[in-house]
Design a protein around this ligand. Sequence first.
Ligand SMILES: N[C@@H](CCC(=O)N[C@@H](CS)C(=O)NCC(=O)O)C(=O)O
Length: 208
Amino acid sequence: MEVTLYGLDESVYTRIVRLVLHAKEVEFTLVEADPFEGDALPEDYDLRHPFKRIPAIDVDGVRLYETDAIVHYIDATVRSASLTPADAETAARMRQLMRIVDNYAYRPLVWGIYVPLWWREGQQPSRESIDEGRHVLRVVAGFVSASPGAGFTDFTLATFYLASVLAATDSVPAGSKLIDEQPRLREWWNSVRTLPVMALTRSKHTKF
Ligand SMILES: N[C@@H](CCC(=O)N[C@@H](CS)C(=O)NCC(=O)O)C(=O)O
C-alpha cells in the first residue's frame, strides 16, 4: 500500500489522519502542504483538494480529501483492528462525536483559544470562544459515561479526532482549565495524552 499524505505536522486535522495511520500501522510519506504561510501548497494541490485545505491523501492512486472520508477509507481498507464500532448505535455515537469536533469544537478550541495564546503571543481568547469551548467540552464529557464505546473505552476514529483537538486545547492554560472543569473527560484525556502514538505524532507546536 503506497500512501502519501499532504499536510503539516502542526495541523490538527492532518494529525487526526496521522494518528489513524499509526494506529492502523500504515507507513506513509508526508508531503508538506502549507495553506497558511503564503500558500505554500504543491503546484497541483487544487486537483487534490479543491478547497485548498489540509489534509489530502493518495492511497494507491485513490485521492481523497476531508478527514472523515480519509479515516473511514483507511479504516475500511486496512486489515487491522477496526476503529469503527460494530454496534450500529455505538458507531453512530462515534460519528456524532466526530461531527461535534468538526462543527462545534474545532473553531472555539483551536482557533478561538489555542491559536491566539500559542501562536499569537499576548492575544487573549474571546469570552465567546471560552463559553463555546466550555459548552462543547461539557457535551463531549457527557459521552464518556453515556457512550463509552464510541471512543473512550475502545479506540475508535472519534478517539483520534478528540485527541488531536484536546492536545491543542491542553497546550494553553485557558484550554487546560476548561478540560479540568470536566473531570471524567480530563481523566480519560490524561490517559490518552501519554500514549506512544501521541508522542509519535506530536509536533513542537503542542505540549502533547
Ligand atoms: N473539513 C476539513 C477541515 C480541514 C481544515 O480546516 N484544515 C485546516 C488545517 S488544520 C486548514 O487547512 N486550514 C486552512 C484554511 O483554513 O485556509 C477536513 O475535515 O479535512
